[in-house]
Design a protein around this ligand. Structure first.
Ligand SMILES: Cc1ncc(COP(=O)(O)O)c(C=O)c1O
Length: 458
């Protein structure tokens, strides 16, 4: 198992492994014969890929904060692929979708429609600064591709600077700027000119900042911009799902460096837009306005695939060329879902709720896990939280323990993913109640204590 684990370790960045021995044991012990039969059918008909097929379980329902499997087990979903800002199946989103389906269910190219115009207008109003030109796409990776093309067209340069360990989508252009081996390994040449720098990760800092970032990593961004001299754009996740939460001053430093070297700043907020971090957009935690903001995931209400590029007005420079040209670029049903989602966020006060509930959860976790041998760091912003597990003595990533905690929690009704191999990553819906949060925290604390006790002296 040791050797096998090592061979799989490069896959552990984006999520937990679907090929690990623990997964096989969990499946055997927790899933009934009918579910196992469906999983076999899934494996028979889908192309296999990491983090997906073979799948974990079969779902038959999702509502509010919960997913429900085929055996009727309900799990609090603290993963939800970050699409569930308004919870699963919010009745107002469903109503908006049904109403739209009854009138205009698709918008043929060359035409526009009211939900698309209204959603673009709403996003332009909400986005900071002069970010007020929008293009929709059917997914985040495609929206990232549009941003990369626009950066080339607007600057006449082609190079980009992005971050190791980052994720911007699974298409070839997106994996070129992404920084995860699971997507980049063994795939052949990627886009030229895609330079990478280390992420702002004080727990594993190349400059040994000792857990307190002193912005040397931000200054290194400027160093590379200067050396290269012709970078079109710096592209990064404002906060990374893992999470890495850059300290105050980080983006201000990078923004200033971009301005000095003629590079655009593109911030990818696909998973955390619309309130997850306690602000409508994560960049609003920093005193910066990017040149382009890319959002997605929950924009379609957790139901429709929908993403958007929101660019600064003066970047509207490609009228004679194609930036997107996606078949569903003005899908009225997706846009109706998006409009309903933003209305719900505003009217139900979900962004404020995310901020308060995130603070509460972090406080609880810090108090209840203080002194835990396995817990190396607890961090978060709004309802994006992470618990980093490390082996006390050596400080190395406690990947096995993190997986053990995850499978225990699954069996008790809590779903979350593990990123970077050792970070328990928690992203509940913004609609989560105090009772649901308490239930999830109790499961988590108990599972961690059990794994810690079992690994004592190991
Ligand atoms: C930061 C980030 N960028 C881009 C993407 C890609 O979005 P999509 O899966 O909709 O293509 C994701 C998806 O997880 C993401 O987390």
């Amino acid at each position: 198992m040791e050797g096998e684990d090592k061979a799989l370790s490069h896959l552990r960045s984006e999520g937990d492994l679907n090929l690990s021995p623990r997964r096989a044991t969990w499946t055997e012990q927790n899933l009934d014969p009918e579910t196992q039969q469906w999983l076999a059918e899934d494996a028979r008909y889908f192309l296999h890929q990491s983090l997906s097929t073979p799948c974990l379980n079969v779902l038959q329902g999702c509502q509010g904060s919960y997913i429900e499997d085929l055996q009727g087990n309900r799990l609090l979903d603290f993963h939800g692929n970050n699409v569930h800002q308004v919870g699963f199946g919010h009745p107002r989103v469903i109503e908006a979708i049904i109403a739209q389906l009854h009138s205009l269910s698709f918008c043929t190219r060359r035409y526009t429609n009211l939900p698309a115009i209204q959603l673009a207008k709403k996003l332009a109003e909400l986005a900071p600064g002069n970010l007020n030109k929008v293009l929709f796409a059917p997914g985040g990776s495609s929206a990232i591709g549009m941003a990369l093309k626009l950066a080339r067209m607007a600057t006449g340069r082609f190079k980009t600077l992005s971050f190791w360990d980052s994720f911007h989508g699974a298409s070839l252009d997106a994996i070129s700027i992404g920084g995860e081996a699971i997507f980049r390994k063994g795939i052949g040449p990627l886009l030229p000119g895609t330079e990478h720098v280390p992420p702002p990760d004080p727990q594993h800092c190349l400059w040994d900042c000792g857990g307190v970032c002193d912005l040397r990593c931000a200054r290194y961004v400027e160093y590379v911009l200067e050396k290269e001299g012709d970078v079109a754009a710096v592209i990064a996740e404002t906060v990374r799902s893992t999470p890495y939460i850059p300290p105050p001053g980080y983006w201000e430093t990078v923004r200033a460096a971009c301005d000095r070297h003629g590079a655009l700043l593109i911030l990818d907020e696909i998973p955390h837009c619309l309130g997850r971090t306690g602000k409508m957009f994560s960049c609003q935690h920093y005193d910066v306005v990017p040149d382009m903001l890319v959002i997605g995931k929950g924009l379609g209400g957790g139901i429709f695939p929908l993403a958007a590029l929101i660019a600064r007005e003066t970047l509207d420079v490609a009228a004679d060329r194609a930036l997107g040209h996606y078949t569903h670029e003005k899908n009225p049903v997706a846009c109706a879902a998006g409009l309903a989602t933003i209305e719900i966020l505003e009217e139900e006060g979900l962004i404020e709720h995310a901020r308060e509930m995130g603070e509460y959860a972090l406080e609880q976790l810090r108090a209840r896990l203080a002194g835990s041998r396995l817990v190396g760091d607890i961090r978060g912003l709004g309802l994006l939280m992470g618990i980093e597990l490390s082996d006390g003595a050596s400080g190395t990533r406690a990947t096995d323990a993190a997986e053990a905690v995850m499978y225990r929690a699954l069996a008790r009704g809590l779903n979350f993913k593990v990123t970077m191999g050792n970070i328990i990553t928690l992203t509940p819906p913004l609609t989560i109640t105090r009772e649901e949060m308490d239930e999830a925290l109790a499961i988590l604390v108990r599972c961690l204590a059990e794994v810690e006790a079992e690994t004592e002296g190991a």
